[in-house]
Design a protein around this ligand. Structure first.
Ligand SMILES: NC(=O)C1=CN([C@@H]2O[C@H](COP(=O)(O)OP(=O)(O)OC[C@H]3O[C@@H](n4cnc5c(N)ncnc54)[C@H](OP(=O)(O)O)[C@@H]3O)[C@@H](O)[C@H]2O)C=CC1
Ligand SMILES: C[C@H]1O[C@H](OP(=O)(O)OP(=O)(O)OC[C@H]2O[C@@H](n3cnc4c(=O)[nH]c(N)nc43)[C@H](O)[C@@H]2O)[C@@H](O)[C@@H](O)C1=O
Length: 325
């Protein structure tokens, strides 16, 4: 029997991972899945995490809990983004180790790479240049998470792994008008414009930045694929001092192209305008996904199909889809 604790199981990624693990358990795999809500356990509380890990004693920890938000939320609340993420990572990773957890997988983000990194960005671009200012505090916390895992692996011989996803979207996303990421924000804005018969929709920034988008069900598949790799395969695939693996589709589009796609899916046929007073952020963020692809994993859900799936989920939720964060 393998006892797996999924931290952040109510979030977009954590819930997708939980669905996959429940399906595996229901198909006969000997798994016990441990979860705890944010209100029951604040992962920023060191003593509470220590007591939880000591009581639950999982075999495996999947860390999908974090303070997460789009470009404006990162830029507006930098102290919350660096503090909460550092605390969650330190507490979960260290207390997992203290409770004897041998295997752990944590999620970082493609914003760990320098703003001007060569594209597509390979794993070894980490720490080769300055970060994008709008999300530097969050990125520093995510880099610390990678280095925590690497350090515990080196000093104690545990097997703590890190995946670096590109921009994610899908069922369970946050559709808040200001605090969310671009894709759910645009789904909501274009949906409301189509319903009200508005003549124009405004998108933030210049529309020229390029982003890569991965559906959360693909992300959950990739996370479990990496977790399931034999230890020697994972260790051999990564540089001894760079033990993280990129997860993406290997394809990007401009924000304006994305807006046109969302307009089509939501049935909006008016004008699209830009608002250059809002930040563009990193000019381009495309991951080099050859490491994971060469090990046998690649994304399956195309962007338009994924947006249609997410829009259907959004419509099915009614006002609840717009959870404010
Ligand atoms: N979404 C994206 O585009 C990307 C996400 N990632 C990474 O993927 C991971 C998951 O993100 P995602 O699912 O999108 O985020 P969500 O915001 O959807 O989920 C995060 C979860 O963590 C929980 N959480 C936050 N703080 C605490 C805390 N102090 N104690 C306990 N639980 C807490 C949240 O609970 P509550 O809602 O109650 O606060 C929520 O359930 C994160 O590490 C993120 O950095 C990486 C790249 C892109
Ligand atoms: C996942 C990733 O997410 C963040 O970085 P980001 O990639 O810049 O993410 P974003 O989705 O917020 O914006 C992408 C682009 O889209 C443009 N844009 C247009 N219109 C809207 C809009 O309405 N909302 C938002 N949020 N962006 C918009 C926006 O101006 C930008 O050019 C960080 O949290 C970072 O730390 C991180 O990890």
């Amino acid at each position: 029997m393998t006892r797996i604790y999924i931290a952040g199981h109510r979030g977009m990624v954590g819930s997708a991972i939980l669905r996959r693990l429940e399906a595996r358990r229901d198909a006969g795999e000997d798994l016990t899945l441990v979860t705890c809500t944010h209100s029951e356990l604040d992962l920023a509380d060191q003593a509470a995490v220590r007591d939880f890990m000591a009581a639950e004693r999982p075999d495996v920890v999947i860390l999908a809990a974090a303070k997460v938000g789009g470009i404006l939320a990162n830029d507006t609340y930098p102290a919350e983004f660096i503090y909460e993420n550092l605390m969650i990572e330190c507490n979960v990773i260290h207390q997992a180790f203290a409770a004897g957890v041998g295997r752990l997988l944590q999620l970082g983000s493609s914003c760990i790479y320098p703003k001007r990194a060569e594209q597509p960005m390979a794993e070894d671009a980490l720490l080769t240049g300055r970060l994008e200012p709008t999300n530097e505090p969050y990125a520093i916390a995510k880099i610390a998470g990678i280095k925590l895992c690497e350090s515990y692996n080196r000093q104690y011989g545990v097997d703590y792994r890190s995946v670096m996803p590109t921009n994610l979207y899908g069922p369970g996303d946050n559709f808040h008008p200001e605090k969310s990421h671009v894709l759910p924000a645009l789904i909501r804005r274009f949906h409301e414009a189509a319903r009200s018969g508005a003549e124009a929709v405004t998108i933030w920034g210049t529309g020229t930045p390029r982003r890569e988008f991965l559906h959360v069900d693909d992300m959950a598949g990739a996370a479990l694929f990496v977790l399931d790799l034999p230890k020697d395969v994972y260790a051999a695939s990564t540089h001894p001092m760079l033990s993280h693996i990129n997860v993406g589709t290997g394809e990007d589009i401009t924000i304006l192209e994305l807006a046109r796609l969302v307009a089509r899916v939501t049935g909006f046929d008016g004008r699209i305008e830009t608002d250059p007073s809002k930040p563009d952020g990193t000019p381009r963020k495309l991951l080099d996904v050859s490491l994971l692809r060469d090990m046998g994993w690649q994304a399956r859900i195309g962007l338009e199909e994924g947006i249609r799936d997410t829009y259907a989920w959004f419509l099915s939720q009614g006002p609840d889809a717009m959870r404010a964060k």
